[in-house]
Write a protein that binds this ligand. Structure first.
Ligand code: NAP
Length: 265
């Protein structure tokens, strides 16, 4: 249940805050003194809220399926009209294996979560921010959006959407007082690869960045009003290379790290 929040502090809404990058983004916001409304689909979100309360800010949580418009409506209702200073639209999921071998419902859920729910949430809260001529939006895109993702084709496509959408919206809002930032992580040590069924892949088993470090980089970029940030030097190099490499080559490289059975052991 939503509770009455203390308006003396700024207010952050963070999605996908039960684990991984989103949990750490919520930590960054709490440590900067933002009251929080955090959301995720599973009951674990209540444990994250309890931990975040130790920072001394007000923390409210909502369990909502953000792949649905009803779930997004539930999240917006839980804010109870309180002006949102920062929106961290981070909830997302991956899905490994060849596209035709995936259950279509699973592939659709990736699209509904990463694109439809994200865009609907940004439309709702973005309008409210523009009306007040202030606010910051951080979208968690990915360097995956820069490369055709053989054996993670739908996921990479959704992140190409998020990366592109973020830059376009940023431009549209450039004189509005609202900034839009795209956090583009590379492989990060979260539940993502396990949930995507990719623990038998090279990318699923290779060394990854710490989600706390990734979140800090994204949070700082958002506060500074930057357009995008690729987390980590190795990922920066990968992103730069992707801009000048033919798509067919990128797809073949992606196959080598994401096809089932590419894990070392
Ligand atoms: N890990 C990486 O290598 C990597 C790289 C680049 C970008 N990213 C992006 O980073 C973001 C966070 O992922 P992560 O790596 O931190 O993975 P994670 O640990 O699996 O966290 C995903 C978060 O999103 C939430 N979520 C997923 N589907 C949802 C839904 N339908 N409704 C509400 N909440 C939902 C999850 O909550 P529930 O458990 O309750 O579903 C969880 O809190 C995603 O957008 C992902 O695409 C990750």
């Amino acid at each position: 249940m939503a509770q009455t929040l203390n308006y003396s502090r700024p207010f952050a809404v963070v999605t996908g805050a039960s684990s991984g990058i989103g949990r750490q983004l919520a930590q960054c916001a709490a440590e900067k003194g933002y009251d929080l409304l955090i959301a995720a689909d599973e009951p674990e979100i209540s444990a994250a809220a309890a931990e975040l309360k130790a920072t001394g800010v007000e923390v409210d949580f909502i369990q909502a399926d953000l792949a649905t418009t009803e779930g997004v409506d539930k999240l917006v209702a839980a804010a109870m009209g309180r002006p949102v200073d920062i929106l961290l639209a981070n909830a997302g999921r991956g899905l490994g294996h060849g596209f035709l071998d995936q259950a279509f419902a699973d592939a659709k859920r990736v699209i509904d979560t990463n694109i439809v729910g994200t865009v609907y949430l940004v439309h709702k809260i973005g309008n409210e921010m523009r009306g007040r001529r202030t606010g910051r939006i951080l979208l968690t895109g990915s360097i995956a959006g820069l490369m055709p993702g053989a054996f993670q084709a739908v996921y990479n496509g959704t992140k190409a959407f998020v990366d592109s959408f973020s830059f376009a919206l940023r431009n549209e809002l450039k004189d509005s007082g609202v900034s839009v930032t795209c956090l583009m992580p590379g492989a990060t040590d979260t539940l993502f690869f396990e949930r995507a069924g990719m623990l038998d892949t090279k990318v699923g088993t290779d060394e990854k960045m710490d989600p706390a470090e990734v979140a800090k980089i994204g949070f700082e970029a958002m506060l500074n009003g930057e357009g995008d940030v690729v987390a980590g030097m190795k990922n920066k190099l990968q992103a730069a290379a992707a801009h000048v490499t033919p798509s067919s080559v990128l797809a073949e490289q992606h196959r080598k790290m994401a096809a089932p059975g590419t894990a070392k052991n």
